[in-house]
Design a protein around this ligand. Structure first.
Ligand code: SF4
Length: 332
């Protein structure tokens, strides 16, 4: 049996309920109730991290699948996930394990580290659903992973309060943050969330020295207008022009039956973003050259990618072998 773990970041109220303070969703839980993320439960005045050491999925993936293109390129990473999410996106691409309760298997922090070692992974990616709602497990496992000389990667919606974020970041090496739109109305209507905490997470993570990449899933008619793309590019540019931006293709899923994103829309977004940003990519569809990394200074091909097959071209350590410009990679 998994260890029963008391949650961090909660407050007991005079009326007997508990306020969870981990994320901006702000669940107020009566006795016996479970939070919107499915992971935290109020029992006898205590909030338990009921998802502690329980995983719905375990696989070894290319790190490019996260997607992370500038962090340990070409390496494999053990990828695990909790059951649940603190968003409720109508188009969720992984809704079966993020929005419904499904069977999980035990994976203690020690077992996770051993598994990462066994498969010669560079570390652990906490991914597929929403890892921030696995908070206590992230802290314990992430600390052990660092002690073992490996890295921690979060693939996340970024929806967490500031205090827990600051406590977590020292053990996080890289994040891919899914920024869905620059419109708060999009978050409210389609995700049951809000925009600003997501942007705050990205800013704080970047400032604190974590490696940050951003993914933007483009959904026809919802967030793919020219103004949407322009405001996304402007925000990423403010975050740092060296921040890789991945435009990702949407497919109809869960409660959303809009048609898949067209290649033209993705190419238009790519061209617009390339005017301001050093590294732009298209994912979930094969578009010639749009997965490659080019030197921002001289345009030389640094890394070519075909599916998840990665080839270093003109890359010497973390610099362009042609002009010597820094190429903004970690772990090469
Ligand atoms: S972490 Fe879960 S229980 Fe806590 S506020 Fe967020 S959704 Fe609710």
């Amino acid at each position: 049996m998994s260890e029963r773990k008391e949650a961090l970041f909660y407050k007991r109220r005079d009326d007997g309920k508990i306020d969870c303070l981990l994320c901006p969703r702000g669940c107020r839980l009566a006795e016996g109730e479970v939070g919107a993320c499915l992971g935290r439960k109020h029992e006898n005045g205590i909030l338990y991290a009921d998802n502690y050491a329980r995983t719905v999925s375990m696989a070894v993936d290319p790190i490019e699948k996260k997607p992370l293109y500038h962090f340990y390129p070409g390496k494999q990473i053990l990828s695990i996930a909790p059951n649940g999410c603190n968003f409720a996106c109508s188009y969720c691409q992984n809704w079966e394990i993020s929005q419904t309760v499904v069977p999980t298997r035990e994976l203690s922090p020690h077992q996770a580290v051993e598994a990462a070692r066994r498969v010669r992974s560079v570390g652990i990616a906490y991914t597929y659903t929403e890892p921030l709602v696995w908070y206590e497990y992230l802290l314990d496992t992430g600390t052990l992973i660092h002690k073992a000389g490996m890295v921690n990667v979060l693939v996340t919606n970024g929806y967490i309060n500031e205090e827990p974020l600051l406590k977590l970041l020292p053990i996080i090496d890289a994040l891919n943050i899914d920024v869905k739109s620059q419109a708060d109305s999009f978050y409210r209507s389609h995700c049951k969330g809000r925009l600003e905490p997501v942007l705050r997470t990205a800013r704080i993570a970047k400032r604190s020295g974590c490696h940050v990449e951003v993914t933007n899933l483009l959904i026809p008619g919802l967030n793919d207008a020219d103004e949407d793309i322009e405001s996304m590019v402007e925000w990423v540019s403010d975050l740092g022009v060296d921040t890789p931006l991945h435009f990702s293709r949407y497919f109809p899923h869960y409660k959303c039956d809009l048609p898949p994103t067209s290649a033209e829309t993705l190419q238009k977004a790519y061209a617009k973003a390339k005017e301001r940003l050093r590294y732009v990519y298209i994912g979930n569809i094969s578009v010639d050259g749009a997965s490659n990394t080019y030197c921002f200074n001289c345009g030389s091909l640094l890394i070519s990618r075909q599916g998840y097959t990665v080839h270093a071209a003109h890359l010497k350590m973390d610099r362009c072998a042609v002009c010597g410009a820094h190429a903004d990679f970690r772990g090469v």
